[in-house]
Design a protein around this ligand. Sequence first.
Ligand code: S3P
Length: 169
Amino acid sequence: MTAILLIGFMGAGKSTVGRQLAADLDLPFVDLDTAIEAEIQMSIADYFATQGEASFRQIESRILQEIVAQEAVVACGGGIILQTQNHQLLKRQPNVVYLQTNPDQLYQRISQDTQNQRPLADEKTAAEVTAILQPRLPLYQEAASLVVVTDDKTPAIIATEIIERLGKL
Ligand code: S3P
C-alpha cells in the first residue's frame, strides 16, 4: 500500500482528520509541515521570512516524493498542489483525499487558530484568503482521487467516510 494523502486548503482539518484516520486504520501519521520543520530546524513562518516561499516549495516537493511510498496517512500542506511536479505525482497516487470545506469555515478556522502560524494567511482579510483559495480549487479537484465535503462533520465522521469510500473497511 502507498500513503493515504490528505490535501485541501489551510484550515480544512487535514492534520486533525489525518490523526484520526491513522488511528482508525492503525497506520503511522505523518504531517508534512512537521517533517519539513524537522529538516529546516525552524518554523515554516521563519523559513518563509528568511529564505522565501520558493525555497520552501522545493523542500516540500522533495519530502513529498520521499513520503508517498510509505504506508502512512499523510497530511499535506495546503500549497502542495501548486508545484506542477507535485500535482502530477499526486494524480498518479491511488489514495489522494481532498477535504473540501466552504470558504467561510476555512477563514474562521484560520483566524481562530493561534497554534499554527500561516505566513500566507495570517493577518489577511476573508476576501484576501478567498483570493488565495480560488485559483487552487481546480488543482485540489484534479489531484484528488476522492473528494470529501467536510462541512459540519466531526473528524471522526470524516475519517469513517474516507475509510468507507476508499474501500478500506
Ligand atoms: C501553506 C499551508 C501550510 C504550510 C505553509 C503554506 C499554503 O500548511 O505548508 O504555511 O500555501 O497553503 P497547512 O495547510 O497545514 O496550514
